[in-house]
Design a protein around this ligand. Sequence first.
Ligand code: ADP
Ligand code: MG
Length: 245
Amino acid sequence: MAINTAPPRLEIRNLVCRFGGRTVVDDVSLTVQAGQVTCLLGPSGCGKSTTLRMIAGVEMQDSGEIYVDGKLVCDTVFRVPPERREIGLMFQDFALFPHLSVADNVAFGLKGAKEQKRERVEELLRKVDLIRHIDGFPHQLSGGEQQRVALARALAPRPRIMLMDEPFSGLDNRLRDGIRDETLAILKEEDAAVLLVTHEPEEAMRMADEIALMRRGKIVQQGAPYNVYTRPVDKAAVAFFSDVN
Ligand code: ADP
Ligand code: MG
């Protein structure tokens, strides 16, 4: 039997972040494999976004290390700059560039020959089912459509890792499940390692291969969604999951 000895696509070890003496990320370790979605799940204010910002390289950790494919990307002395981390980002406020066409939004982070860029843009807009809007502008699109353009834009440079911070919370309830499923299918096709931040257990249950449950800066439980849901670590975890249908 072949044993997969490849290092995880993303690994963070013992990350700590303090603001003014307050520890908001407290010794967080986790791994994300290529083609997998890990959900960082926890209530508002528990330190999820700060964790993501350290991985993206826009916040500096006080201690701990970040590795991509087993290579050190950042510790407290060495630091690969954000733009060289091959990370795609998606946030709730996905902020497309209003003055750029849909095509130019998606092409924004792409380098190389014009024809190649165009090909990649068309490939992605087909995937997100928006090829008919290729020459349109963001204000002509619905919220859900804009969200899909943002996904295409983030995936265009073939990031090794996708960091998604509550990317669906701005969307209409009726659309959300459909868009979650479509997004998941596209992420799987593109083979990125996905770290998805959410405060909604339902979203984690729907999308994650692995859930890391976070509370007050710490990961309190980690595992497959079914296990985390059926064997909650304590009463607070039971209460937190109780609103999943
Ligand atoms: P979450 O994304 O889980 O809602 P955050 O990571 O945004 O949580 O925030 C965790 C805690 O750190 C919060 O109490 C927040 O107020 C605090 N915090 C976040 N960023 C800063 C900052 N730049 N300066 C001071 N405190 C911050
Ligand atoms: Mg947040």
